[in-house]
Write a protein that binds this ligand. Structure first.
Ligand code: F6P
Length: 372
């Protein structure tokens, strides 16, 4: 059986691209009227009687969100649906920032970071009155279903909204943190890791020249996925993650005996959510134990959330955007679309949020061995 994402397969799934039917034109009338169903169109069966969908991005942005929006819009149009874009996440839903989207609306965005739909963390959507207003706006536009691209907060809101108003929603994992259960990778994670590695390589140069120890803080409030993967890729001497307890005494001892013995410079990757504190805090505590070490701190911050998505993220986002629309038409709802071991998986929102996806502890151990 050919699995999802194998090189031989995905391109054959959507051979006929709607963009050829709808060349860019700013005043193109609704694509629904231009769309000519082909025999291939019958492959995506509309069992849920959906005629109109909306797509939005919410929470922290991540590289690849635009590729996902593009895929949702064009798959929706291909299936004869009216497609709307909601600006600024749930806030925009409440404020009726809802616009029709054409194939041309998503031209030239697959390679762009950020999200053309903007994003927000909505406090008003936490209130019933906000959600009711949002529902009334969706109904006024005759929107039957929603594709919500985001992370934990987005899916928590989506789950409540579906239960309250019986509204079909499929979620796409859009976060650099990779902390959602039900997908091997979230959209943006791979790009963020590559951004960290690029920065860490540069820091390595100056660390070597000055014989310094650098503490590099990476994002990951509750999860160490970015820290672990980027740490291995840049050959970090130590990787500190929220999933394990950091003992400063132990770290100082290892630095003194293992690291000092064979190296004069080094990198410690610190996930922002590490229990010993952020990179500044950890560096301060280490300096108290090893005053002779010339230490510096770099906080990479929001550069990890920007930039052109990697090829991996573009393909993942495109696949998931397509699968979200297909899933909605097949009757899926209240679930996140993901890819696990190259299989398409729909995971209920509650499980995607609450079920813990653990980091690979053996890889953490391996990173220590390889840095000796
Ligand atoms: O949720 C993704 C994330 O990038 C976290 O890793 C980070 O802690 C947080 O967003 C930062 O959010 P904000 O942009 O609101 O400061």
């Amino acid at each position: 059986m050919v699995k999802w994402g194998q090189y031989s397969h995905p391109v054959t799934l959507l051979p006929c691209h709607p963009v050829t039917l709808l060349p860019f034109h700013p005043v193109t009338p609704s694509p629904r009227h231009l769309f000519t169903p082909s025999p291939r169109h019958q492959k995506l069966k509309n069992m849920a009687q959906i005629t109109s969908i909306a797509v939005m991005t919410s929470g922290g942005d991540s590289p690849g969100m635009n590729a996902a929006i593009r895929a949702v819009v064009r798959t929706g149009i291909y299936c004869g649906l009216d497609v709307y874009g909601i600006c600024r996440g749930y806030d925009g839903m409440i404020d009726d920032q809802i616009e029709p989207m054409l194939s041309s609306s998503v031209s030239n965005i697959i390679q762009r970071g950020g999200t053309i739909l903007k994003t927000a963390r909505s406090a008003r959507f936490l209130e019933y009155s906000g959600r009711l207003q949002a529902y009334n706006n969706l109904k006024a536009h005759k929107i039957d279903a929603l594709v919500a691209i985001g992370g934990n907060g987005t899916f928590t809101g989506a789950s409540i909204f579906d239960k309250e108003f019986n509204f079909p929603i499929i979620g796409l994992p859009g976060t650099i943190d990779n902390d959602l259960y039900g997908t091997d990778a979230t959209i943006g994670y791979d790009t963020a890791v590559n951004t960290v590695v690029e920065a860490a390589d540069k820091i390595r140069d100056t660390a070597n020249s000055h014989e310094r120890l650098f503490f590099i803080e990476v994002m990951g409030r509750d999860a160490g996925f970015i820290a672990l993967r980027s740490g291995i890729a840049c050959g970090a001497e130590f990787i500190l993650v929220p999933e394990t307890t950091t003992y400063i005494d132990n770290l100082a001892r290892l630095l003194r005996h293992d690291w000092r013995r064979s190296k004069t410079s080094g990198i410690v990757i610190v996930a922002e959510g590490d229990d010993a504190g952020g990179a500044y805090e950890v560096a301060k505590k280490v300096k108290e134990k090893l005053p002779e070490v010339d230490a510096r701190v770099t906080i990479l911050g929001h550069i990890q959330r920007g930039g052109a998505p990697s090829a991996f993220d573009r393909v993942l986002a495109s696949s998931l955007g397509y699968l979200a629309v297909k899933g909605l038409l097949e009757g899926h709802r209240g679930e996140m679309a993901g890819i696990v071991k190259q299989e398409v998986v729909f995971t209920p929102f509650e499980k995607a949020i609450k079920h813990h996806k653990d980091i690979n502890k053996e890889m953490l151990e391996m990173s220590r061995i390889l840095a000796l």
